[in-house]
Design a protein around this ligand. Sequence first.
Ligand code: NFS
Length: 654
Amino acid sequence: MVEKEKQSVDPATQEMIEKAAQDGIRVAFERAATMKACPIGAEGSCCSLCAMGPCRVMAPKGKEETLDERRNRVGVCGATPETISARNFARKVAAGTASHGDHGRFMARFFLAVAKGELPGYEIKDEQKLLLLALELGVKIADRDKGEIAAEVAKLLIQEFGKQEGELLFLKRAPEKRQRLWRELGVSPRGIDLEVAEALHRTHMGTDQDYQDLLDLSVRVALADGWGGSMIATEIQDIVFGSPVPVAGKINLGVLKEEEVNIIVHGHEPQLAEMLAVVAQSPEMIQYAKTKGARGINLAGMCCTANEMLMRRGLPVAGNFLQQELAVVTGALEAMVVDVQCIMQGLVDTARCYHTRIVTTDPRAKIQGATHMPFDEHRALESAQAIVRLAVDNYVNRGKNIRIPRHTTPLIAGFTYESINYMLGGSFRGSFRPLNDNIINGRIRGVAGVVGCNNPRTPHDASNLAMVKELIRNDVLVLQTGCMAMASAKAGLMVPEAAQFAGEGLASVCEAVGMPPVLHMGACIDNSRILIAAAAMVNEGGLGDDLSKLPVAGAAPEWMSEKALAIGQYFVGSGIFTVFGVTWPTIGSQEVTEYLFRSFEDKFGGKWAFEPDPVEAARLMIGHIDKKRKALDLDRGKGRLLVDMGMRRGLDAA
Ligand code: NFS
């Protein structure tokens, strides 16, 4: 058994890892410790695309290879290690894009049904955002009613998935120069599904066998995620469920309540969770819970659904990806209600040892041994009521083996492009000017997006915290989404008081505005908000004419999913330097890795890096930010006094 301190830095998680061991339960931490990752697959050197293989094409370790040996190190079909590595990489990016795309497509169809008034219980909450989007897409507003406008917008967005030619509509949100570059390089995505399908075809045995071509193709696929599927999902969710504004919340397993019926919503798409929130608060249901001996009903979130519900409703967050099984281990969870993505099958096995019901609700994602209660959007209220009732009925089955960690941390979430605009520019005339000005005068050195998953191959939350602290200490404003946002929130970095951990310059801005140095921007699909914020920085002026000119960087220090690779690739393809931790999936091929880590910069203005040490990774990001500042001629002049010069010199020398 690995010591719990090496598995997580979060005390609530440590406590539950210990309880799991006492209860004889194996959770992901334990499974990762006992099953080593496959070294061939991990470096991208296994081709399992056809039945002539799987072929292994790893380079010999620790000895020089002769030319002949190198030539013979190919698959049965003759595929080179570069082709195999690039194909594997492109397929992962396509799978990530498909996942966000399917989410976006579901939202677009849902939006159309809401617009037509076909889904009782749902309505358009942010009419202003709808109208702005309609204007942007050229949909006539005049005196039409909002349902009619919404239906037309929804149809346009649905078409984005099946479009066969032209360009995705939201590419226009990128700076002109970036759009032109994408066009010149042939990576402007046409239709979201088309790009995914073409990538699967071209990576099929015997099709595209030029690794550079495959890697460029994976940029086009990824852009169909960031500026397509994810962006569409975010836009629609804001319109239907309301655009987030800064909101207070709390996080960690301590949000579970000993004397209430505890329900966790886990997954990604918010339509069911929204309805569960309504039902869980209804007097009738609370009354029903009381008849079972509970004091009330406590609904909390997990993973990206939690972020959606936190951003819009301030719903408490139970934890991030690696805490899902541990919520069951508390013994106090009546139901874990899941939909799609990032749901561990291990939940079902863990739940067998307690009373928790794992409820799958989406026809696309069933789990053997779970209770399947398909969520019907047309009868949303009834569906949600049935699920909550099941949880309430389960309260009486709770055993005696209950331990809820006492840990919770307060946080502020709800930062979007729009809310940052208002926060900085005032509510009458929103503006990114103050942000740009503070970057220009050096109080803010740059901006970093730190996003993505947890991964039990690296201590839970640890890399995120080390990286984020290093960044803010050096005056880099940090934007976060997904499970990494939660890691920072648990450690108390998402309250204004956390300005004490920031460098003098960043702290002075945080104090003036009353904002935390680390901003929670939502779920993983909301990384599209970071793209929009970056485009707004360019449009505001003074920081260059393209995204690649900005003093910004991205990172996913604890990534694990294919979606994270798609996200990283669309950041890179948008011109942003991006560092990943944990492991790197093309490390087996030097050529492929070189292409992504170096040649990409010449083409796209952005590139990848891999650095498992989070502080080193943060330094790479700061070094990149400083390089961009220098190119913008911001490395001298006003505001410099607020920046740690010793640190800067150290980096310049490195
Ligand atoms: Ni995104 Fe990773 Fe999953 Fe959300 Fe969490 S694991 S790529 S952050 S919940 S999608």
